[in-house]
Write a protein that binds this ligand. Structure first.
Ligand SMILES: *Cc1c(COP(=O)(O)O)cnc(C)c1O
Length: 237
């Protein structure tokens, strides 16, 4: 596999998909999902034009930061985060996509307060109600958004979802449309106008064209750029 070619291909497909949806391609971030990749591979991806990397695991994030592997790109956190590990993530990444409980939201806000910063976050929504996945139900997302608006340490930028693996194109389109609609609904419910949700993080290697059609502003792509990963049974991501 050729990383440079893969990146160029996903980029040109992304531009075509955006245009087909009547959207400006510059409004959609191609976030490279770098889990299991080495620091050298991450550097190569950035040299080939990747501007944002998404990490899943605190350990990998910490190691790559120590290596200066992300130089020239933004770093996001997209994986399951335990409250006892927020200190390794808050203030070190531009955006945390995976706020999956009010407890975690409070812990992130408290750590940000301690550092005297405001951490940008997304709420992860478990649209299909899958037991294997973290996240708020669509109903819970509204109260979590209200809580986020009260906490000084976080700025709620939008929503994220990881729908079931799609068997074929079109399968996840209903989920992506639902997340888009949920953003609109939550914004309308927040009467005091305290939030401006401009990020919709949805779409992975197997389904991102549908996510772009539904309004995604950030696709998180791993295997389509880096090739298949070795199977990991113990990891929750
Ligand atoms: C691994 C991962 C991705 C990318 O998955 P691919 O199918 O390899 O593109 C996107 N988002 C999250 C949260 C992930 O863990």
């Amino acid at each position: 596999m050729d990383l440079r070619e893969n990146i160029a291909k996903v980029r040109s497909d992304l531009e075509a998909a955006a245009r087909a949806a009547g959207r400006d391609p510059s409004g959609i971030t191609l976030l490279a999902a770098t889990k299991t990749q080495s620091s050298d591979t991450i550097r190569a991806a950035i040299a080939a034009g990747i501007t944002a990397c998404g990490e899943n695991r605190v350990q990998e994030l910490t190691a790559h930061l120590a290596d200066n592997a992300y130089e020239g790109a933004a770093v996001h956190f997209i994986g399951h985060l335990q409250t006892n590990k927020v200190k390794y993530v808050v203030g070190r990444v531009e955006l945390i996509h995976s706020i999956s409980s009010e407890k975690l939201l409070r812990a992130v806000a408290a750590q940000a307060d301690k550092l005297g910063i405001v951490q940008d976050v997304l709420l992860e929504v478990n649209l299909a109600g899958e037991d294997s996945k973290s996240g708020f139900s669509p109903q819970e997302a509204l109260s979590a958004a209200r809580l986020a608006a009260e906490l000084t340490g976080v700025r709620l930028r939008g929503l994220m979802c990881i729908p079931p693996a799609a068997a074929q194109p079109g399968d996840n389109l209903p989920y992506f449309k639902k997340l888009c609609r949920l953003t609109v609904d939550i914004t309308r419910e927040m009467l005091d106008n305290t939030i401006d949700m401009d990020v919709l993080s949805m779409g992975m290697s197997g389904d991102w064209p549908d996510a772009v059609a539904a309004g995604s502003t950030c696709i998180r792509v791993g295997s389509a750029l880096f090739g298949p990963r070795p199977p990991v049974s113990t990891r929750k991501d």
